[in-house]
Design a protein around this ligand. Structure first.
Ligand SMILES: [Fe+2]
Length: 276
């Protein structure tokens, strides 16, 4: 049977790549160390497959066709096509169709109705954490796109339940496979709005405290109430909530948090305590 061997989350702000040289040296070191620790943990967990939960930043989908959830079931995923991601070393990334199809069928059994794609482009949301964490060898990737870019969004509660479904799918997959889950995005940030660039550090720290405590209901209530009141990019914390659900709502260990104006995001990296 398959086994869940790790659950992680990491920010993926594009300026981590695009504005790297303009970060303060201390911030560069902080981001580098956090990603290195994430990579160390993922590499130590030796996943055969990594389920990565990210939004799609208008690369595969647009407002004429915007699924709430899409599972990538293809043999191969394409690497990022953003020009500034050209140095990411993978142009094609193997998928895992058997696990992906099992996730799809388990989702249907759990009353979800995800869309599917047989060939997704994995944009920076997927690839910045994989790249900067130095995950090597890169496991097969089952991509899950959650729409946290443009309303209507799936509810926070629904994203948590989606993560629980992922854990059930992993536990019932009949092959001997090591599987990890990573949610990417967030924390607070604002893109293309009058508040662009604002980081809500108090919100981020309250949010991280609730994740660390593992108290599911207060966390879901907090995010449900607060996400609509702050910058639009914070909506990506839905991917952290899905990871939280996959970890069974256990608390997580914060590897690093820092509000970094030069990359527009409250930068965070975390790993869940799935064995406690
Ligand atoms: Fe994003």
């Amino acid at each position: 049977m398959a086994e869940l061997v790790g659950v992680y989350a990491a920010s993926h702000g594009p300026l981590i790549v695009r504005n790297w040289q303009n970060l303060k040296p201390a911030d560069r070191e902080s981001v580098s160390n956090a990603f290195s620790e994430l990579g160390r943990r993922v590499n130590a967990a030796r996943p055969d497959v990594l389920i990565v939960i990210s939004p799609d930043h208008w690369i595969n989908f647009f407002i004429n066709n915007l699924p709430s959830i899409c599972v990538g079931v293809g043999e191969v995923n394409e690497g990022p096509n953003e020009p500034w991601m050209k140095d990411f070393p993978h142009r094609e990334i193997p998928g895992h169709p058997r696990l992906a199809e099992h996730i799809l069928n388990t989702a249907l059994d759990h009353d979800f109705d995800p869309s599917v794609s047989h060939r997704l482009i994995l944009d920076h949301g997927f690839c910045i954490p994989l790249w900067k964490a130095g995950i090597d060898p890169l496991p097969a990737i089952v991509p899950v796109i959650l729409n946290d870019i443009e309303p209507p969004f799936p509810t926070v509660k629904r994203c948590y339940a989606w993560g629980g479904m992922l854990a059930a799918a992993i536990a019932s997959f009949p092959e001997n496979l090591r599987v990890a889950v990573m949610g990417t995005g967030g924390l607070s940030h604002s893109i293309g709005e009058p508040t662009m660039g604002r980081i809500e550090e108090d919100f981020d720290r309250d949010c991280l405290g609730l994740f660390e405590s593992g108290k599911e209901r207060p966390l879901i209530d907090f995010l449900t109430q607060r996400l609509p009141t702050i910058g639009n990019g914070a909506s990506e914390i839905r991917n952290w909530i899905a990871a939280h659900g996959a970890a069974g709502g256990s608390g997580f260990e914060l590897i690093n948090y820092k509000a970094i104006p030069e990359i527009y995001v409250g930068f965070g990296v975390a790993a869940w305590n799935i064995n406690r």
